[in-house]
Design a protein around this ligand. Structure first.
Ligand SMILES: [Zn+2]
Length: 106
């Protein structure tokens, strides 16, 4: 299987972290720009999977973790009651602080 195939398999298998690793470490330079686009598109399409347990853990840690409700990424440096902060990952203003989000999804 080619590196590109493994990259696509990671994307389709819902494993963007692995896909990102392959794109950064293994893909030849000429394939990287395409890989970047595929990754960005995959991120947009992926349904955010924010688990209540993860949000509750963040509330308990009280370490300023926020969650993006568009892409599901966690983001540091968020006030617990933050709302509509810009997401570093997808660029949408959909990051909510852990406590704020807990009110909304619990
Ligand atoms: Zn996001």
């Amino acid at each position: 299987m080619s590196t590109w195939d493994r990259f696509m398999q990671a994307i389709e298998g819902g494993n963007p972290a692995e896909a990102l690793r392959i794109s950064e470490q293994e893909l030849p330079p000429e394939q990287k720009p395409v890989a970047q686009t595929v990754l960005t598109e995959a991120k947009k399409k992926r349904k955010p999977r924010i688990e209540i347990a993860a949000v509750m853990a963040a509330v308990e840690r009280d370490d300023g973790t926020g969650f993006c409700i568009t892409c599901g990424e966690e983001q540091g440096g968020c006030e617990p009651d933050a709302r509509r902060v810009e997401c570093d990952s997808c660029g949408e203003k959909k990051v909510y602080g852990a406590e704020e989000l807990l009110f909304r999804i619990a």
